[in-house]
Design a binder for this molecule. Structure first.
Ligand code: S3P
Length: 437
C-alpha cells in the first residue's frame, strides 16, 4: 500500500467492533444455553478463527452482515473436533480456548500460523497444568502446536482442581484462560496479576450468569476469582468499537495538520483506554461526546483535532491498558516536541512480532531518533520524518501505525504486506481513504 502526505482528514468514522470483546462473545455464547445474538461483531480474521474453532466443536454459528447468532449448547455441549483446531494468527483464540479445552471430555490439538506458533504458551500451560490439565507443546519448545490430552474414558469430564495462581505478567489472556478453566473446577479459582489487565472476561462472564469477583490490592496488583458454574445463559451482546482500532484515527487526526475527526462508538473501558491518558499528557485536543455504554462496557464518541504534541513518559500500571497501542504512541512521539520514554513494556517482544524491534526499525527508516531498550524505547521527537519502504513483518499493528506515520511524513511511504490489517481491521484502508479527501 502506498501512502502519501495528507493535507487534512475530515469527517466521521464508525469504528469496527472490539476484537477482544468479539472473541469472548462467541466463546461464552458457545458455552451458554440458548442463542446469543451479537451485533457489531468484528469480522476480522482473528475473530473468524474463533468462530471456526467452535464450529469445529459442533456449535452452530450463523454469521450474517447484521448479526451473529451463536446457538450455544451449554458448558458441557462441545463435541470433539475432527482434526486440529486452526487458531490462525490469534493469540487470544489460542490462550482463551486452551482454558476451555482443559475442561472438555475429549483431546484436542491447536495450531496456528508461523507467528502464532512462535509465541510463548508456557504462561498458560503452567497454570492449566497446575489445575490438572495435560497440556503439551508438540515441539517441546513451549509454543503451539499444543496438545490437550484426555486420559479418562471417552466422554468423562476431567476434574480440574481450583488454584490460586499468581501470574508474573499482567496478561488478560493468561487470566482469562485460568478463569475459563475455573468454570469447570472443583472450587473457587483465583488469579492474581501484578497490575490489572483488560477485564472484558470478568464483565462478560458475569453477564452470562457466572460469578466473578475482582479485588484491587493496595500495591496495584489485582485478583479475579471465579466460582465453578452449573450453566451460562445466552444473552444479547452489542460489541463497542475497538479503541485499539480507533487509535490509528485518533493519531491521524492529531498528527495531520488541518484535521478534525469525529470517531464514533469507541469503547473506553479504563483497562483499555490508556492511550487517551497518554494523548492528554502529550497535549492532544480530544473531546468526549455522547458518553454511554454497550453491554456493560463504557463508550464515547471522540472529537479529535490536529494538535502540537509534546513528549511524555509511559510506564508502570498504565502499560497493560495501552500495550497494543504502543507502535502508534511511538509514532506520535516521533512527531512530538521533546523526549518520550516508554518502559515496563517487555511484553511487546512477544506480540505478533517483537514490537520493540519492528517499531524502532520502521521509525529509524523514516528518519526518527529512537533507541530501543530492554523494556521499551526512547524517542527524541521533532526530526522531520520521510516516506520510505516499511516492512510490516505481517504485523497488523505495525502496518496501520506506519500508514498513519506516512500521512504525516514527507514523500511516499510504502507498507509491505499491508493486507495483514485483515487480522483486526479489514476496512482500514477504505475508511482512511474516505476521510482523506
Ligand atoms: C488480549 C490481551 C492482550 C492484547 C491482545 C488481546 C485479550 O494480550 O495484547 O491483543 O483479548 O485478552 P496479553 O493478555 O497477552 O497481554
Amino acid at each position: 500500500m502506498e501512502i502519501h502526505t495528507s493535507h487534512g482528514l475530515h469527517g466521521e468514522i464508525e469504528i469496527p467492533g472490539d476484537k477482544s470483546i468479539s472473541h469472548r462473545s462467541v466463546m461464552f455464547g458457545a458455552l451458554a444455553k440458548g442463542t446469543t445474538e451479537i451485533t457489531h461483531f468484528l469480522q476480522g480474521a482473528d475473530c473468524l478463527s474463533t468462530i471456526g474453532c467452535f464450529r469445529a466443536m459442533g456449535i452452530e454459528i450463523e454469521n450474517t452482515p447484521e448479526k451473529i447468532l451463536v446457538h450455544g449448547r451449554g458448558l458441557h455441549g462441545l463435541t470433539a473436533p475432527a482434526g486440529t483446531l486452526d487458531v490462525g494468527n490469534s493469540g487470544t483464540t489460542t490462550r482463551l480456548i486452551s482454558g476451555i479445552l482443559s475442561g472438555q471430555p475429549f483431546a484436542t490439538t491447536l495450531s496456528g500460523d508461523a507467528s502464532l506458533n512462535s509465541r510463548p504458551m508456557k504462561r498458560i500451560m503452567e497454570p492449566l497444568s497446575l489445575m490438572g490439565a495435560d497440556i503439551q507443546s508438540q515441539n517441546g519448545n513451549g509454543c503451539a502446536p499444543l496438545q490437550i490430552n484426555h486420559h479418562l474414558n471417552p466422554g468423562s469430564h476431567p476434574e480440574l482442581k481450583h488454584i490460586h495462581y499468581r501470574s508474573r505478567v499482567a496478561s488478560a489472556q493468561v487470566k482469562s484462560a485460568v478463569l475459563l478453566a475455573g468454570l469447570y473446577a472443583d472450587g473457587v479459582t483465583e488469579v492474581t496479576e501484578p497490575t490489572l489487565s483488560r477485564n472484558h472476561t470478568e464483565l462478560m462472564l458475569n453477564g452470562f450468569g457466572a460469578n466473578v469477583i475482582t479485588i484491587n490490592h493496595d500495591d496495584g496488583s489485582a485478583t479475579a476469582s471465579i466460582q465453578p458454574c452449573e450453566e451460562l445463559f445466552a444473552r444479547q451482546i452489542q460489541v463497542p468499537g475497538d479503541i485499539s482500532s480507533a487509535a490509528y484515527f485518533i493519531a491521524a487526526g492529531l498528527l495531520v495538520p488541518n484535521s478534525e475527526l469525529l470517531i464514533r462508538n469507541v469503547g473506553i473501558n479504563p483497562t483499555r483506554a490508556g492511550l487517551l491518558e497518554v494523548c492528554r499528557a502529550m497535549g492532544a485536543d480530544i473531546t468526549y461526546v455522547n458518553q454511554t455504554s454497550a453491554s456493560g462496557e463504557p463508550t464515547a464518541d471522540l472529537l479529535v483535532r490536529s494538535s502540537s504534541l509534546h513528549g511524555t513518559t509511559v510506564e508502570g500500571a498504565i502499560i497493560p491498558a495501552l500495550i497494543d497501542e504502543i507502535p502508534m504512541i511511538a509514532v506520535m512521539a516521533a512527531f512530538a516536541e521533546g523526549t518520550t520514554v516508554i518502559k515496563d513494556a517487555a511484553e511487546l517482544k512477544v506480540k505478533e512480532t517483537d514490537r520493540i524491534k519492528t517499531t524502532t526499525e520502521a521509525l529509524l527508516a523514516m528518519g526518527a531518533d529512537v533507541v530501543p531498550t530492554e523494556d521499551g524505547m526512547i524517542i527524541h521527537g521533532g526530526n522531520p520524518l520521510h516516506g520510505t519502504d516499511i516492512n510490516s513483518y505481517l504485523d497488523h499493528r505495525i502496518a496501520m501505525a506506519f500508514s498513519i506515520a506516512g500521512l504525516a511524513a514527507a514523500g511516499t511511504t510504502t507498507i509491505q504486506d499491508s493486507r495483514c490489517v485483515d487480522v483486526s481491521y479489514p476496512e482500514f484502508y477504505k475508511s482512511l481513504g474516505a476521510l482523506n479527501q
